[in-house]
Design a protein. Sequence first.
Length: 310
Amino acid sequence: MKKYTFLTIVIVSFWMGASAAMADTKATVLVTIKPLAMLVKGVVGDELTVQQLLPGNISPHDYALKFSDVRAINEAALVVWVGPELESAFSKPLTGNGKEVLTLMNLPGLIWPVISQAEEEEHGEHDAMHDHHSHPAHDRDPHLWLNPVNGQMVAHAVAERLAELFPDKKGAFDENLSRFSKEIEALDGRARSALTPLRERGFVVTHDGYGHFVQHYGLKQLASAQVVAGRQQGAKHVAEMLALGEQVQCVFTEVQLNNKTAEQLARKLGVKTSELDPIGRDVQSDENSYLTFMENLITAFTQGLTGSGE
């Protein structure tokens, strides 16, 4: 009888301990890429776990889905992604399966860069040659987090959705959002002060993914060495870039990509290169990550266009 009582106590104690551990386990918000992890972390703080699928050194354009990714999607309380225009590998598991998914490309009110007729023709020609590698839609640049106003809108949308899923945490989300939004606004003001004097300094980028940043701050991007990540332009386009001559103050390379064409162009033009990171590969993950990431990007553009970088 005493043995039975002792065993019962052990089982009950184990069950209570396991239940307490489960209660302490934070629900997971799953994001595809690091910029989204930064924005979500600014809203959730320490209230929830933020899990990122793609490493910061991999471009989402050519990512191959893994079984562990599907499992993580199925276990998450909410999945946040940009959309099939950027993370095409996730289209199937994130559409039509009844999961809680926030697709940022569908958010109302987002600001989209205006694409010129020349850019549309350039994209059209490239799509005809490389149809199976192209973005599903070139009329909307999916790198929406590079505009801080869009960053604020994403943070508001995340806070609203999470408040529906976790109403007991709404107060914390609202408080974090208020602080985060004000800090983004202040950063935007600092960026304008730094970049406005540089608006007439032309530059070339490796990857045509900075439209949100460039148009928000009125910068002068003259060309890109690639239209789609990893796909080099033809000889005709290289000749056109060389013809830009003294208009080019800097050629920006990119952390995640092959920069061979951009580096060759810079040498032939006799200008410096400067490195950009549109994903924030080395930024530490915390509630201030997005602010640090944008500060780094602003500094990289400023140094590249003033010749003050390395």
